[in-house]
Ligand binder design. Structure first.
Ligand SMILES: NC(=O)c1ccc[n+]([C@@H]2O[C@H](COP(=O)([O-])OP(=O)(O)OC[C@H]3O[C@@H](n4cnc5c(N)ncnc54)[C@H](O)[C@@H]3O)[C@@H](O)[C@H]2O)c1
Length: 334
């Protein structure tokens, strides 16, 4: 049977081919699944999709009509999938519920230190043979305070690195992590964390309760020279309020791997088009802001785990097993 994989990045292709070798034929497409590309899936019982696939009602209906029975999503998040319609159509949808938290935690630190030590500006300068240090001064992390919002798998891995730097550890979570408490993390309320931290890193999921977790009030309460890093989901930060504070010259650095209106932009080449998102365009103009396009998970280790789990999810489906990665609508969830 041929599995059709949409939205495959060039680096990902050999890992996918390896995961399916000897089991199934796999055809990798670089196009993402959208209303326009759904027709390519006709006749494929199993397809695999990437984080930004459009799995809305219309696309799901087109897939089901074309003979698709199973969709193996190559990500943890599934906010792009209409699970209720999928269930009505009898489609099986599986995701990858866990993979290396180190990929994201280490990337969050990469952003934090890149903005702290002005790495992008330094690199741009030296490429131009400008070797001055003006404007490149950073700060030691040792002895400074980190505030970690969300101390689950990624937040805990991030905290372990902060501990290695010798930082004071503040945490905020509905369920404190024993591993973080053991490292000396003090759990405080969000207001205290936001006001005290020199570096704030976000690792909670995006839920109605966490939407704009860092909004105008929190941004105002932050230290003027704080660093803010978001490698979780764009909607955790009120981007317009962030632009407002940055315009005042505040914050030592802001590292964003996610952006609330990233759909339709991130993962795509928009370099030949006019940018119609004024908030993103303004964010890019600040010298202390670094934006990357949702690449925190993108390590060979994490992607290999994602594709191996995807292959296992497909095997389970074809063997009639319902694994723990199969998604059901929230109302029907156990
Ligand atoms: N940028 C990327 O490439 C990338 C990749 C993977 C995950 N992520 C993001 O990272 C997030 C965290 O992933 P994880 O694997 O650590 O998840 P996790 O479930 O292990 O941890 C999430 C933590 O958030 C806490 N939490 C949940 N709701 C909360 C609330 N309302 N208030 C306070 N705390 C709350 C939980 O108690 C938990 O400790 C994901 O939800 C995802 O959005 C980003």
């Amino acid at each position: 049977m041929e599995i059709l994989a949409f939205g495959v990045q060039a680096d990902e292709k050999p890992l996918i081919e390896k995961a399916f070798a000897g089991v199934h034929e796999v055809r990798c497409l670089d196009v993402f699944l959208t209303e326009d590309t759904a027709a390519i899936a006709v006749g494929h019982e199993v397809i695999s999709t990437s984080v930004n696939a459009q799995l809305n009602a219309e696309v799901l209906r087109a897939l089901a009509a074309g003979g698709t029975a199973m969709i193996a999503q190559r990500s943890t998040g599934f906010n792009n999938i209409d699970l209720e319609v999928a269930e009505q159509l009898g489609l099986t949808i599986a995701r990858v519920s866990t993979y290396s938290p180190y990929s994201v935690a280490e990337f969050a630190w990469t952003l934090a230190m890149a903005v702290n030590r002005r790495i992008v500006r330094a690199s741009n300068r030296t490429r131009d043979f400008d070797f001055r240090l003006d404007g490149l001064m950073g700060r030691d992390m040792r002895g400074r305070t980190v505030g970690v919002l969300g101390t689950g798998r990624i937040g805990e891995a991030f905290t372990r690195i902060a501990h290695g730097f010798g930082m004071e550890l503040l945490g905020w979570d509905i369920a404190p992590a024993p591993g973080c408490v053991e490292l000396g993390m003090k759990y405080v309320d969000k207001d205290e964390l936001v006001a005290a931290a020199d570096l704030i890193s976000l690792h909670v999921p995006l839920l109605p309760a966490t939407h704009h977790l860092i909004g105008a009030d929190e941004l105002r309460a932050m230290k003027d020279d704080a660093i803010l890093v978001n490698s979780s989901r764009g909607g955790l930060i009120d981007s317009d309020a962030l632009v407002g504070e940055l315009r005042k010259g505040r914050f030592s650095g802001v590292g964003l791997d996610v952006y609330e209106a990233e759909a339709g932009l991130f993962f795509l080449d928009k370099s030949m088009e006019a940018v119609d998102d004024d908030t993103l365009a303004r964010l890019m103009t600040f010298p202390n802001v670094l934006v990357t396009s949702h690449q925190a998970y993108y390590t060979v280790d994490a992607v290999a785990q994602i594709v191996d789990t995807t292959a296992r999810n497909i095997k389970d489906h074809l063997a009639g097993r319902r694994g723990e990665n199969v998604l059901v609508p929230a109302a029907a969830a156990p």
